[in-house]
Design a protein around this ligand. Structure first.
Ligand code: GDP
Ligand code: MG
Length: 239
């Protein structure tokens, strides 16, 4: 039997931008916790897995950026520690954006931190922007949002020459809606968004961030060796 290929996908974005919702949509299950509140709830990274069309997908849900409770450095450290312990490489990065939120340089600063920390500018072709909450947006509305992205310094590095993919993934949770027709419509929308998203994430044998992960692990090992060395040296001095 042919071995299944794995695609590891990390989802990053501000609190409430729709990371966990996107994960549930892909999993076809309510596994990741979604919250209406803008105060972050996902406090740690979590790994989810599913198989589709002979591919094992590993999804990393991350805690919200621009959180009132977690400073950016803490978020970066948590993501770094999670990657060190759980994955060797990444194939795709999804950046979720709330299409209803005004995109300013100030409110994208934290996202900028993380894009820089992972050196994502080097891996533009591995980044997919998912614009959530943009339910039912038509062509002109999307064009306008694309233009806003191109005018924003955080994003124009990714979007200016059309390198990164931009996907409009707006899909309300059917369980959060009242009427039967609305629920039915939302279910169809979920399936369409899932299909589009998987198409935007084809099997990719090139991987990213593996060098950084290896470097962080090597630094940890060096720290342990140095600490042991100092301890031994101290013991010798006492003797
Ligand atoms: N209408 C609509 N609601 C969404 C969409 N994406 C997320 N939501 C809702 O927005 C809230 C926050 O989403 P969540 O996935 O928890 O955000 P996270 O903090 O980035 O993980 C939840 O109530 C979601 O159901 C979307 O595309 N459309
Ligand atoms: Mg979440």
């Amino acid at each position: 039997m042919a071995e299944l290929k794995t695609q590891t996908i990390m989802i990053i974005g501000k609190t409430g931008s729709g990371k966990s919702r996107l994960i549930n949509l892909l999993l076809k299950a309510k596994s990741a916790e979604c919250y209406r509140s803008t105060n972050s709830i996902t406090k740690t990274c979590k790994l989810y897995k599913f198989v589709d069309n002979g591919i094992i997908y590993e999804l990393i849900d991350t805690m919200g950026l621009a959180d009132t409770e977690e400073p950016p450095d803490t978020v970066v450290d948590k993501i770094k520690n999670f990657l060190k312990l759980n994955v060797n490489e990444i194939h795709w990065i999804i950046v979720t954006l709330n299409g209803n939120e005004k995109l300013t340089n100030e409110n994208t600063e934290v996202l900028n931190n993380i894009l820089e920390f992972l050196q994502l500018e080097t891996y533009i072709n591995h980044v997919v922007f998912c614009v959530a909450h943009a339910d039912g947006w038509n062509g002109p509305t999307r064009d306008k949002f694309n233009e806003t992205l191109s005018n924003n310094s955080t994003f124009n590095r990714f979007t200016s020459n059309g390198a990164a993919k931009i996907l409009y993934s707006g899909a309300p949770d059917p369980d959060e809606l009242e009427g039967d027709d609305d629920k039915e419509h939302a279910k169809k929308k979920e399936i369409a968004v899932r299909t589009n998203l998987l198409q935007a994430l084809p099997l990719n044998s090139n991987t990213i961030v593996q060098d950084q992960i290896k470097q962080w692990r090597d630094e940890d090992i060096k720290k342990i060796i140095d600490t042991e060395f100092i301890k031994k040296k101290r013991r010798c001095t006492i003797l």
